[in-house]
Design a protein around this ligand. Sequence first.
Ligand SMILES: [Zn+2]
Ligand SMILES: [Zn+2]
Length: 183
Amino acid sequence: MKVGILQVGQVAPEVLAAVEEGLIKTFPDTTTSLINESLPVPEHAFDKKRGQYNSAVILNEVRSYAAKKQGFHRVLGVVDVDIFSFGLNYVFGEAYTSGAAALISLWRLKPEFYRDKPDMALYTLRAKKEAVHEVGHTLGVRHCPRSLCVMHFSNSIFDTDKKQNLLCDECYLQAAIAVANLG
Ligand SMILES: [Zn+2]
Ligand SMILES: [Zn+2]
């Protein structure tokens, strides 16, 4: 699987490198490349009442980009603004199930967001988990009931920290079959 990493607005380069490493280590036959252009954060995604950006609107921009850009099976957008999905106060990311595009937000992955001291290792580990989780969805893998599996739904950062940056055997098998079918 060839995954393009697309910055949406300004994103910390250390985090992008970690995300690439996480994807390569988790999925079989996978390579990544950092796309050397970035998308602006779409201002029409901003919800003034909530003071947050609509995840679906940004994800749709990533999908449009993925549809135009040749050479990638999947494009993962990485944004550093607070995103929400209707019915949820916030989300860490969103993806099209069995689709070409996924999105993660770094905003709530920083320890400082929770008034903890900065910790780059923790921050990048969280980003890896969320990236693997969303790319997993693009391969058709759904939420997993096992709380340690990276495909477990994260309701809060506690869930993200609890789960491992690994697919359980069942989710791995599903992902591997989907990767093999990409051709
Ligand atoms: Zn999910
Ligand atoms: Zn699982």
